[in-house]
Ligand binder design. Structure first.
Ligand SMILES: [Zn+2]
Length: 261
């Protein structure tokens, strides 16, 4: 069994065929899928979808850095209010994004740190989004890294950054980018091995080769596992076992999968 640790199947890109997309994932043996939250505009769609597939889809709650603007306090209140009302498996995705817009950098840091504190209080993993901001992310994590666990999603760093993230207790989320030509992510995987990796699609974005450029979906996870196996001269089954185990432990999914026939 594979786990997709990052999939936005609730996004409007899947409005026409969402059920088929979930079915294709299950048929590809991608049986557990983490649904990272974005903000209040898509939250209800995410929670309703997760409710329809309680054995397979596992939601988190959070506020994405690109959703941070002048009204971030309202957004945070909505997020914090929803915390006590749903079964969730993590906090995020949260983080810092300086690629799209630097206007709200200060506010992004405030919102990120508040979510890290909540994750620690609730003993939940955090899913961290980083774009053009890894140094800033590390600064925040090192300020308050004690008792943290989570994923640096779509890992954007070097081997040295990877070791630093692992030292801070984090796993690296590896997705379609690893299958691209001259990918830095492939270099990192070659040096680090599988012990600290989890698989992710980031659907609908960043589809792996041979689907590159198309809409991404969770059923493509085995392509990513196969590429990692190829890079390491290992076999896909081994990558599947280790990454699934890493994700099961991080999101505490053992109890939810025990009852499954
Ligand atoms: Zn995402």
């Amino acid at each position: 069994m594979f786990i997709d640790t990052h999939s936005h199947i609730y996004a409007e890109e899947f409005d026409q065929d969402r059920e088929e997309v979930v079915q294709r994932a299950l048929e590809a043996n991608v049986r557990n899928i983490i649904l990272p939250d974005i903000d209040s505009t898509t939250r209800q769609a995410m929670l309703s979808l997760a409710e329809a597939y309680p054995e397979n889809l596992f939601p988190t709650l959070g506020v994405h850095p690109t959703s941070v603007n002048d009204s971030y306090e309202t957004e945070m209140q909505l997020f914090e209010k929803s915390l006590g009302q749903h079964t969730i498996y993590g906090i995020g995705e949260c983080g810092i994004d300086l690629y799209w817009d630097k206007t709200y950098y200060k506010e992004q840091v405030i919102v990120f740190e508040r979510q890290l504190n909540i994750a620690r209080e609730m003993d939940l993993p955090v899913i961290i989004h980083s774009r053009e901001s890894l140094a800033e992310i590390f600064t925040v994590l090192q300020r308050q890294h004690y008792n943290m666990k989570g994923i640096l999603h779509c890992f954007p760093g070097t081997e040295e950054d990877a070791r630093r993230a692992i030292d801070l207790g984090f796993l690296l989320g590896i997705g379609g980018v690893v299958t691209f030509k001259r990918s830095l992510m492939a270099e990192v995987v070659r040096e680090i091995g599988t012990d600290h990796l989890v698989l992710e699609t980031d659907a609908p974005y960043l589809a792996p080769v041979p689907h590159r450029g198309k809409r991404n979906e969770s059923s493509y996870i085995p392509c990513i596992a196969a590429k990692i196996a190829e890079i390491l001269g290992s076999d896909t089954k081994k990558v599947e076992e280790i990454t699934t185990n890493n994700a099961m432990n991080l999101f505490n999914l053992h109890t939810s999968s025990v009852d499954r026939p």
